[in-house]
Write a protein that binds this ligand. Structure first.
Ligand code: ATP
Length: 680
């Protein structure tokens, strides 16, 4: 049972109905969550706290939920924390009257800025007790800090942090005596404010867990309001499924929470539906090694093979001015206003790309048929050679400016290749078959050469024909094929899922090279010879979504030109930090330390010859590291391919995917390759 019984004691007894939610109450819950790794216990603490919020101060539910997942707003709002260590250390020093040097020394020793702040605050004699912080005030304070821009913004951010920290209580909860130098500290407000500023709460409370806890809290709350008994497991499960289905289509707490408060959980599905203006998390594909594997997977079913275009994923949203629907809560600020209507382009990360692609938005009325009043379209934007009328390689697209692009300055033209339609004229299509969605898509848009095309495809089960399609796609500068189920439930659009019903076949897989990985740059080594003034090699990691840690997976020194190394040095050196973050899972061996560590910011695509068990690297260690010799999985002969600007560090290849790739290798269990970790 994940929801504590209604008899369970309130986690924070001092707070009365109507009071703003005390930040200390949230922090007390955070520390309870932090002290366990058991998912059910995490859910129970979280859900009990949310029930208290629902009962006493429901109007604060939204900021509570956002702070729990370490966010200030939905991704498409573009508000992000992730404040660098140097600013935070400055603010800690100035708030507590300690010299920056001393704060830095503490950071060197303790390694966790949250604990450094807690320690600094608790050592500070307080003249007067500050007014207790509320969740709302912390949320507003963080929001201000995140949105400060322009001249003197660094110092103004420091001032904002100081304001929050000086009101923060650093003491521990009643009855708790916790060594402040241990990571599992008490409910110090200072500690959790710092974690929020760093953009990583590290509670093991991923967004998915919060969805379950909130659904359970709401189901129990609704039942108790109606004077019913504690809901059964089956009812809780139903609540959970309802919430998840809604969230998948409309991943925005800003829209969902007010609706929940107004109409309860059972009304949610009716009111909250996919809508233009709120980007969905895209459906993702599984890699396959051969056409034979595709045929095995889709045996007896109809499927389609589409060209896999090599560009940037783009979700285009549009509402015509004369559409019948009214999306009062369309929340994304829209850049694309035209005579026809309002449009947005969102990235794979749900970031607003409208400022990057004003040229697409300007041309949109040419390819949207008159009867098409609103839509959400899944596409790939690809660089286009206007004279020769063909697709250009991905590298061309990368040379485009990322922000504040002016239509008249665009040099690299792009063509939009549409492959799926998720919403049309007021109706969500995600639960229709792909065959129907595709038909509707062909009816709603028209191709304009070099500007808008439908993804090329062939519906066939003949291996020779698939082979020909694959070859054609490669000659057309595509990466290979996307193979998709056409009919039935299996062909529905599954937002945010890496689905078995979408398979990718890239040319590389067929040559045995396997899929590439998207890894986070955690550290670097200075170069040798003529590379001494730049970094010559890098320490990379994958992401463990359960523990929320980055697990090291290889060192890499291959695939970089001199010019690129210079560029990477310039991009990475401002991110240098004093020591590895506490959420870096890395070897502590003396010879395994990179020369510098970085804030986790960049994701790089990397290819590898294969994967091997390693005595040094930590990827998927929980699965493979138990034999006393090996620590985890690592890459053999990794090679840099490109920077992945469209992925955030927590969207990097997951430890589970690394484990899956390792297991899939043909030689696992037969002849393991020698454990060569590095190639430089
Ligand atoms: P993933 O998205 O699976 O994590 P990735 O971002 O590295 O990995 P790929 O493995 O290259 O992407 O393949 C999936 C991507 O291919 C999609 O996210 C989309 O941007 C792109 N794509 C191109 N053509 C199509 C198509 N016809 N159907 C679906 N996706 C396509």
């Amino acid at each position: 049972q994940t929801t504590l019984k209604s008899s369970a004691k309130d986690p924070y007894p001092d707070w009365k109905a109507g009071d703003p939610v005390p930040y200390a109450a949230l922090c007390t819950t955070f520390s309870k969550i932090e002290l366990t790794t058991k998912r059910l216990e995490i859910l129970a603490h979280c859900s009990l706290f949310l029930r208290q919020v629902l009962r006493l101060t429901p109007e604060d539910l939204l900021p509570v939920v956002l702070l729990m997942i370490g966010k200030l707003a939905a991704d498409y709002a573009g508000v992000e924390l992730g404040i660098g260590e140097s600013l935070i250390m400055k603010a800690i020093g100035e708030t507590t009257g300690r010299a920056l040097k001393v704060v830095k020394e503490d950071q060197q020793k303790i390694g966790d800025l949250g604990l450094v702040a807690a320690k600094s605050r608790s050592n500070q004699p307080t003249m007067f007790k500050p007014k207790p912080l509320t969740v709302r005030r912390v949320h507003e304070g963080l929001m201000k800090i995140a949105t400060i821009e322009g001249q003197g913004s660094q110092q103004r951010k420091v001032d904002g942090i100081k304001k929050l920290l000086s009101s923060a209580d650093a003491t521990l909860a009643k009855g708790q005596s916790v060594d402040i130098t241990q990571d599992k500290g008490g409910p110090s407000e200072a500690k959790f404010i710092i974690r929020a500023l760093e953009g990583k709460m590290r509670l093991g409370l991923a967004d998915k867990n919060l969805q379950v806890a909130l659904a359970h809290a709401m189901t129990v709350h609704d039942a108790s309001k109606d004077g019913k008994e504690v809901p059964s497991e089956a009812e809780l499960k139903k609540g959970e499924e309802t919430f998840k289905a809604v969230y998948n289509e409309l991943p925005s707490y800003e829209v969902i929470v007010p609706t929940l408060l107004k109409g309860g959980i059972w009304n949610l599905r009716e009111v909250c539906k996919l809508q233009p203006g709120v980007p969905l998390k895209p459906m993702l594909a599984k890699p396959t090694k051969s056409i034979g594997e595709v045929l095995d997977r889709f045996e007896g079913k109809d499927f389609t093979c589409e060209f896999k275009y090599d560009g940037e994923r783009a979700q285009i949203h549009f509402v015509a001015h004369d559409a019948d629907e009214d999306y009062a809560s369309t929340v994304a600020p829209s850049e694309g206003k035209s005579e026809r209507g309002t449009s947005n382009i969102f990235s794979r990360n749900s970031e607003d790309l409208s400022k990057k692609y004003p040229d697409i938005l300007a041309k949109l009325p040419d390819w949207v048929k008159q009867g098409t009043k609103s839509f959400v379209l899944d596409c790939e934007t690809v660089a286009w050679d206007v004279e020769k009328k063909h697709v250009l390689p991905f590298q061309q697209l990368m040379t485009r400016k990322k922000k504040d692009v002016k239509v008249e300055d665009v040099k690299v033209k792009v063509c939009v290749f549409a492959f799926d339609l998720l919403f049309l004229n007021g109706e969500a299509l995600v639960n229709k078959s792909f065959r129907e969605r595709r038909d509707l898509m062909y009816g709603a848009f028209e191709e304009v050469e070099g500007e808008f095309s439908f993804a090329k495809f062939g519906n066939t089960r003949e291996i020779e024909e698939i082979q020909t399609l694959l070859e054609d796609s490669i000659s057309a500068s595509c990466e290979g094929l996307m193979v998709k189920m056409l009919d039935g439930v299996e062909s529905h659009y599954e937002p945010s899922r890496r689905s078995q019903n979408w398979l990718k076949v890239k040319k590389d897989y067929l040559s045995g090279a396997g899929d590439s990985l998207d890894l986070v740059v955690l550290g670097a080594y200075y170069g040798k010879g003529k590379r001494t003034s730049v970094y010559g090699a890098f320490h990379l990691a994958c992401y463990n979504t359960s523990t929320e840690k980055y697990e090291t997976v290889c060192n890499i020194g291959t695939g970089f030109s001199e010019v690129l190394l210079q560029e990477l040095y310039e991009a990475l050196s401002p991110l240098v930090i004093d020591r590895a973050k506490p959420f870096y899972d890395h070897s502590t061996g003396k010879n395994d330390q990179p020369d510098v560590w970085f804030e986790p910011r960049y994701v790089w695509e990397v290819k590898t010859a294969d994967l091997t068990l390693s005595p040094r690297y930590r990827a998927a260690a929980s699965e493979f590291g138990g034999d006393g010799v090996h620590k985890g999985v690592s890459l053999r002969f990794p090679r840099f391919i490109r920077v992945r600007d469209d992925k955030k560090p927590d969207a990097a290849t997951s430890s589970r995917q690394v484990a899956e790739m390792y297991r899939k290798q043909e030689h696992v269990g037969k002849n393991k390759g020698p454990s060569v970790d590095d190639d430089f």
